[in-house]
Design a protein around this ligand. Structure first.
Ligand code: APR
Ligand code: ZN
Length: 247
């Protein structure tokens, strides 16, 4: 892979937009499990049964129950200093900040982030299997839950992107990646595409500085111009303070 010469943070000017990709690691210190750590979700549950359209078709009650449990956790968990630091960055950075999250929790919103894309969907929403209408849904989803928007009174599924399905708002994401001056990846293992490919796309373009903020180097660590490692609740606020100190 022929990467253009490394950029440094010194090349970043405040008029340039920042894109931040987040994964489960940013919510770990809020009390939500990651997926691939030793205590991760996919270490305890079958991804094929719970996060694929085929699994849902085979046993919808099992899948609804899995997402009902995860949805029910949300009121008891809270944004941590990493979520809050990203909201602070968005409020202060002249070029604008877009958070692209793979997470389906609502911690970025609750921390105050406004420019936010949930590329893998949201636990707090449900979608009609007949008319595709998406509605807010904070409590349990059951087979009996029917769509209020269409006369076929369709069944509702979690508004979550399962493996094999297309992530949401990819055009908007590619556009933001193409024009950002800084790409920051927080708390993701860099193993699930298309998010895992974002840093390589940016490095081929060569215009943006790329930083990985993670507990430990991810699979894609070598693709980033720099990495800073430790718990997100420490590393992200420190990095945001450094950025804001340059304004
Ligand atoms: N602070 C920062 N990073 C952390 C912390 C922490 N406290 N704890 C764990 N991490 C890091 C891990 O080192 C790992 O690199 O967070 C990453 C979590 O990786 P995954 O569990 O694979 O989660 P993620 O990358 O978000 O998964 C991507 O896979 O299952 C699908 O759709 C699901 O969005 C998810 C996608
Ligand atoms: Zn409907």
């Amino acid at each position: 892979t022929s990467f253009l010469p490394d950029t440094s943070l010194d090349d970043l000017t405040p008029d340039l937009p920042i894109v931040v990709l987040t994964g489960a690691g940013i919510s770990k210190e809020s009390g939500l499990d990651t997926f691939r750590d030793p205590d991760g979700v996919w270490r305890r549950h079958s991804l094929e049964d719970l996060a694929t359209p085929e699994g849902f078709a085979r046993n919808p009650a099992l899948v609804q129950d899995f997402y009902n449990r995860r949805r029910a956790q949300l009121p008891a968990v809270h944004p941590n200093p990493a979520h809050q630091a990203l909201a602070r960055l968005e409020a202060a950075w002249p070029g604008g900040v877009l958070v692209v999250t793979q997470n389906v929790d609502d911690l970025h919103e609750r921390a105050g982030s406004r420019k936010l894309i949930h590329m893998h969907g949201e636990l707090t929403k449900a979608r009609c299997l007949s008319c595709e209408t998406v509605v807010g849904h904070a409590d349990a989803l059951h087979d009996a839950t029917v769509c209020g928007a269409c006369d076929s009174r369709g069944r509702m599924r979690p508004h979550i992107v399962w493996f094999g399905e297309m992530p949401f708002e990819m055009e908007r994401i590619w556009g933001a990646l193409a024009e950002c001056g800084l790409f920051v990846s927080v708390g993701t293992s860099g193993t699930v595409y298309p998010a895992a490919g974002f840093v390589a796309d940016i490095r081929h373009r060569g215009m943006a500085h790329t930083v990985e903020l993670n507990l430990e180097p991810s699979d894609g660590a070598s693709l980033f111009a720099e990495g800073r490692y430790g718990p997100a609740s420490l590393v992200v606020p420190a990095f945001v303070d450094e950025l804001l100190g340059r304004l």
